[in-house]
Design a protein. Structure first.
Lengths: 508, 117
């Protein structure tokens, strides 16, 4: 192994070390914490870019910790899909760190260490090649997210926080039951090994294994806020601070990623009697999710609630695409995933700025005195709204068109088309109402300061990236098609993790 | 032994779910604890029930018991212990700041808005 091969583990180790360093050495130096945190996140972006470039050659790379052979040791796997999501995480994290450095991080303690621990968990979840380590990284991510969610305090946040923690603890228990059932039948938890053993399971055990697989699906669906497991999301996202909510945008995507990984690879098309175990549930649930998101969006009373329901609607659209479990659907879904993460995070950050600027009226959708910098914020909100609703010319529109095209392969495509288009209309109405109340129907200007520079820069950067993502749609789609093909290709993954001999033996 | 273990897991899960559906924070925490006990025993059983066997493969021993579920349980115990400590602190803070230990969301969110307007 050359030193460059060890880069794969850096997205996990670097944030972990940084978090410990921040707590131990820079405990009372907020400025020092900000600097270190932003520099390390920028470094992480560099590493993720390097890994992305490395993965773009099309080979799946397995990293064996301590050189223990798979499936006995801990394995990290880098392929196009995980590299893409690592890069997206790093980009989002940098924007969020810059926004938080504008003052939000000073409202409680330890924002930056928690932020780094959260990055460690998210990166680990994207890299791990083992179902139990997926559980461990989920927990790392969640423990940090509890801290971030409560950062800055307040009774409403505490109540929402309790529900968030309770539902995730329950999800962890269900996760463990699922893992236990899968282990009992197959005797392994390594994803490549599972992908090989699942098709060979005896008929008598298939039902138990299917129960385990579907319990795991429940957990991932909870993370991805799929109806009816989405109830925690609006209160959590609307209850927390703007940068935490923006970072949480990637957490729902971790659920979507786990669904792709486990149900595309382990229980994918080649899994014999258990092929596509979760597929019948994904699209119907995703369509209801989309509907609930759109209706909730219209009924929201604050901008943050509205943003949270926009997230639910976008997760619905995304999971419709993923639920097709074919290359076209998955590549359209991945394009939409990147777009919805960036645009959704921008919307949460804008909601945070609006809340600061409006003073007593906060971000409630009621007429209030005009705020300073209203034109600029209104313009940014307009852009984010267009992107999230999926109106031309921004990437949301392209993403939705791709998903609609890919959906023609499904038997229920008229439902998919009708619901996605109807939801877009309803969401347009919801955003228009919110925008006009917030930015037009305002009284005479009250005295308030101009929006702070750093957070504004983060929002502009995120929206700029959305625009760039629209312009780069052509090459991006080509790349994502390869990504989708690789993510659904069992033999390459198994060969990379377990060695080429195994691939020959099973004939996959 | 199978019946005892299975019944124990079933009863622990039942108690856990019942408590989890209560509307106050303390029963919910107890319920989560019961559920995590249930899942720990469940994970043990998933390595098959074997007694009086070492968890390592050696030529001297008659057989072995699967060590992997034990490692999984250890990890699960550590995580659930930490999580339970966190949620207890959270519930206490919530009780001290809002004066009620109801875990329902609607009530505090409404009072929050009324308090501001």
């Amino acid at each position: 192994m050359t030193p460059l091969d060890h880069m794969i583990i850096l997205p996990v180790i670097l944030p972990a070390m940084t978090a410990a360093f921040l707590v131990l050495a820079l405990r009372h130096h907020l400025k020092g914490q900000r600097t270190v945190s932003i520099v390390v996140t920028a470094l992480l972006l560099g590493i993720a870019t390097f890994l992305f470039a490395q993965a773009s050659d099309g080979t799946v790379r397995a990293y064996r910790l301590g050189d223990w052979p798979a499936p006995y040791g801990i394995t990290l796997v880098l392929d196009r899909l995980s590299a893409t999501l690592l890069l997206l995480t790093a980009v989002l994290a940098l924007c969020v760190a810059v926004y938080a450095a504008g003052g939000v991080d000073g409202r409680g303690r330890h924002f930056h260490p928690l932020f780094q621990f959260q990055l460690m968990g998210i990166n680990g979840a994207f890299l791990t090649g083992d179902v139990f380590n997926l559980f461990v990284f989920f927990e790392v991510m969640l423990i940090a997210s509890y801290g971030l969610m409560l950062h800055g305090g307040g009774p409403a946040r505490l109540k929402a926080g309790f529900q968030y923690v309770a539902i995730n603890l329950l999800a962890s228990v269900v996760f463990l039951v699922g893992v236990g059932l899968i282990y009992a039948v197959t005797g392994t938890l390594n994803m490549a090994d599972l992908a090989m053993k699942v098709p060979q399971v005896a008929e008598a055990d298939a039902a138990v294994l299917k129960a385990g697989a579907l319990l795991l699906f429940l957990v991932f669906a909870t993370k991805a806020a799929l109806v009816p497991l989405h109830w925690w999301l609006p209160a959590t996202y609307a209850g927390t601070s703007a940068p935490a909510a923006a970072l949480f945008m990637i957490m729902t995507k971790v659920g979507a990623y786990a669904i792709i990984r486990v149900y595309g690879l382990v229980f994918g098309a080649g899994a014999g009697p258990l092929a596509l175990a979760a597929a019948p549930f994904v699209i119907p649930a995703a369509l209801v999710t989309l509907g609930v998101g759109a209706i909730g969006l219209v009924g929201s009373r604050t901008l943050r609630d509205l943003s949270a329901f926009a997230v639910i609607a976008s997760m619905g659209t995304l999971l419709v695409a993923i639920g097709l479990f074919d290359t076209a659907g998955l590549s359209a879904g991945l394009y939409y995933l990147v777009h919805s993460t960036l645009a959704g995070a921008a919307l949460f950050l804008i909601a945070g700025l609006v809340q600061e600027q409006r003073g007593a009226a906060s971000d409630r959708l009621l007429p209030a005195p005009a705020m300073a910098g209203e034109t600029l914020l209104g313009g940014l909100f307009f852009l984010a709204a267009i992107a999230l609703v999926g109106l031309p010319p921004l990437s949301g529109f392209l993403g939705k068109v791709m998903i609609l095209q890919a959906a023609q392969a499904a038997a229920i495509w008229p439902w998919i088309w009708a619901l996605i288009l109807a939801a877009s209309l309803v969401m347009t109405f919801g955003f228009a109402r919110a925008g006009s109340v917030l930015f037009w129907a305002s009284g005479p200007a009250s005295e308030s300061r101009a929006p702070p520079a750093l957070p504004l820069a983060a929002v502009v950067l995120l929206l700029g990236l959305t625009v760039a993502w629209t312009l780069a749609a052509g090459p991006a789609t080509d790349g994502l098609q390869l990504t989708a093909r690789q993510a659904l290709d069992r033999s390459a993954y198994i060969g990379a993790v377990l060695g080429p001999d195994v691939r020959l033996a099973t004939g996959n | 032994m199978e019946l005892v273990v299975a019944a124990a897991i079933g009863i622990l899960t039942m108690v856990g779910i019942y408590l989890l559906l209560r509307a106050h924070t303390f029963p919910v925490i107890l319920g989560l604890t019961f559920l995590s006990y249930a899942v720990n025993v469940f994970l043990f059983a998933m390595g098959r029930l074997t007694i009086d066997r070492p968890p390592v493969i050696s030529p001297d021993a008659m057989g072995y018991t699967d060590p992997l579920p034990q490692a999984l349980v250890l990890t699960a115990i550590v995580i659930s212990f930490g999580m339970t400590a966190l949620i207890v602190v959270l519930a206490l803070r919530g009780y001290l700041e809002t004066g009620s230990d109801r875990s329902a969301l609607d009530a505090p969110r409404r009072t929050d808005e009324e308090g501001r307007s």
